[in-house]
Write a new protein. Structure first.
Length: 224
């Protein structure tokens, strides 16, 4: 591979399956996060049946993200990139997929809350939905990174900064929501399940930042 490495590779192969697949992968992950957001909105309104449908669609999106991830890793392994460049790109793809995995984890806790008839305060649902909406924005910025990965430009730098900003926002919401949960009058079951749900959302946001960090490594190696 030439010294231009992965950035040049993406630029020269615009329609390459890896680049198109990476974007499609990001969209599948975004679909999962979007369904999570819609699920939490339904729970705020007490629409359990609607929330269940959101969870079902979320699971389908998560499975689709897994399928694309597997195909992407095969395509990357058979490409022209150096060993380090392949590892960096695979790391990004796998971390992106983990966002959907953590979102699925959060959805399973919503499902448990419904199945066990645990009563979660509406204000807690609202706080969790704020977290999910901020995670949605972070994933959108990740998709924008992939779209601009063919070259180092201001757009990709802005997207990296934006993801980092979103992680800080979610981090603040995480601590305030955990405090809200433990200061509530909810029963122990509702406290435990809602706390675990919030932690899954926090992990999804942290993983978004990990993805942005990987892109930072990739573009830094491009500059040197």
């Amino acid at each position: 591979m030439s010294e231009k490495g992965i950035m040049d590779w993406f630029g020269r192969r615009k329609e390459d399956a890896v680049r198109v697949g990476s974007r499609n992968h990001g969209i599948a992950v975004l679909d999962a996060v979007t369904e999570m957001d819609m699920c939490l909105k339904a729970m705020i309104d007490g629409k359990n049946a609607e929330a269940i449908k959101c969870i079902e669609r979320l699971m389908l999106s998560e499975h689709e993200a897994d399928r694309i991830e597997d195909k992407l890793c095969v395509d990357i392994a058979g490409g022209e990139l150096s060993v380090q460049e392949r590892e960096d790109l695979m790391h990004f793809v796998r971390k992106t997929d983990q966002i959907a995995n953590w979102t699925k984890e959060a959805a399973l806790h919503v499902q448990l809350i419904m199945e066990t008839n645990a009563v979660v305060d509406q204000d807690v649902w609202k706080s969790m939905q704020k977290m999910s909406s901020e995670i949605m924005l972070a994933v959108k910025y990740l998709i924008r990174m992939v779209e601009n990965l063919k070259e180092v430009n201001q757009e990709i730098i802005k997207s990296i900064d934006a993801v980092n900003d979103q992680e800080k926002i979610v981090d603040g919401l995480y601590y305030s929501t955990i405090k809200q949960i433990h200061l509530s009058n909810m029963d122990p079951r509702a406290v435990m399940l809602s706390r675990d749900l919030v932690q899954a959302l926090e992990m999804a946001a942290d993983t978004c930042k990990n993805c942005a960090d990987t892109i930072t490594v990739i573009i830094s190696s491009r500059r040197h």
